[in-house]
Design a protein around this ligand. Structure first.
Ligand SMILES: Nc1ncnc2c1ncn2[C@@H]1O[C@H](COP(=O)(O)OP(=O)(O)O)[C@@H](O)[C@H]1O
Ligand SMILES: [Mg+2]
Length: 322
């Protein structure tokens, strides 16, 4: 299995639950494992009954297991402040307010949370030397994945910028910079430096996601969830990111044969419909179903989490690194 493992899927299907269960499975196999979650509503903190924050913290009661929680709102705020700071150093005070307003507007667009979180994902991936495995309880979706095509775009854009700046320096600044190489001066330009940094960051993300990451999608046996999963598979494959398998969660249990009350009749019917959908998932998707997890009466934590971990037919051994 790759070092970085992502579990994607729409809200409520069980990403956090499955990520924690898989994290536990890896930790039990002796891998130093970090679970990264992004959902402020129900997250690792609930699963492990322990508060987690922005920095990895050891999960009490388990060996080899760490967790951290990223808050999307905080990430957007942090992202916005950082950009404002970089920009305000570069522009005249007269337009700072207008630029601030534009930056705030940009961060209120629907993709902002995802984009800011993606930045943090990359950050975590870059600083994960001490872990054998990092499990993310959300995978980037179509909108975010588009950022992976940014390096190519930025590259030609930065080249053109460099060229333009070089020309203008040739014309107006040569006298001022004397014998210094104009290109060297341009490369010290803080805005260009920042663009180059962004480009390298997304380049790293693209390479790491393609070479060292595995994606799983979690879904429930209902039509909406199946449709969403199909779209997610398409998004990921469009960017050459292979989906290794599907986890079907929250499957209705089958009542015992003798039971004939209203509850049992409902459950039997429901179980039958869901089993049909699961068969459809198995035939219509190219990706294998790697787990079929029955809906429990209670939230999945403690011993139940260990049970679910055992139900995941997902490999934990690290890939040999060349
Ligand atoms: N197999 C299951 N049986 C019972 N409850 C489950 C199961 N899987 C998930 N849950 C519960 O459903 C809720 C949503 O699950 P969660 O893992 O937080 O979903 P997501 O992270 O995709 O939003 C949680 O309360 C969780 O405990
Ligand atoms: Mg979650």
């Amino acid at each position: 299995m790759s070092k970085f493992v992502f579990f994607g899927g729409k809200g409520g299907v069980g990403k956090t639950t499955v990520s924690c269960a898989y994290g536990l499975k890896c930790a039990r196999a002796g891998q130093r494992t970090l679970v990264v979650s992004t959902d402020p509503a129900h997250s690792t903190s609930d699963v492990f009954d322990q508060q987690f924050g922005d920095d990895p913290k050891a999960v009490e009661g388990y060996e080899n297991l760490w967790a951290m929680e990223l808050d999307p709102d905080e990430e957007v705020e942090r992202h916005m402040m950082e950009i404002k700071r970089t920009m305000s150093d570069q522009v005249s005070p007269a337009i700072v307010n207008e630029i601030d307003r534009q930056i705030e507007l940009a961060h209120r667009t629907p993709g902002a949370h995802e984009a800011a979180l993606f930045d943090r994902f990359i950050d975590v991936m870059r600083n994960a030397e001490e872990y054998d495995r990092v499990v993310f309880d959300t995978s980037p979706t179509g909108g975010t994945l588009r950022l992976l095509s940014l390096p190519g775009f930025l590259e030609s854009w930065i080249d053109r910028l460099l060229e333009k700046r070089e020309q203008s320096i040739d014309l107006y600044e040569k006298a001022a910079i004397g014998g210094r190489d104009p290109r060297q001066k341009i490369e010290q330009d803080p805005i260009i430096a920042r663009l180059v940094e962004r480009k390298e960051m997304f380049e790293f993300a693209g390479e790491t996601l393609r070479d060292d990451a595995t994606f799983f999608l979690v879904l429930n046996p209902d039509e909406l969830s199946i449709r969403e999963t199909r779209r997610a598979v398409e998004d990921l494959t469009e960017y050459d990111l292979a989906v290794a398998g599907l986890v079907v969660n929250k499957i209705a249990p089958e009542p015992d044969e003798g039971e004939a009350g209203t509850g049992a009749t409902y459950l039997r019917e429901r179980h039958r419909t869901e089993q049909e959908r699961i068969r459809r998932i198995e035939t219509e998707f190219d990706e294998p179903v790697v787990a079929r997890i029955v809906q429990r009466v209670e939230e999945v934590k403690g011993d139940l989490l260990a049970e679910v971990a055992d139900e995941l037919a997902i490999d934990v051994t690290p890939e040999p690194h060349l």
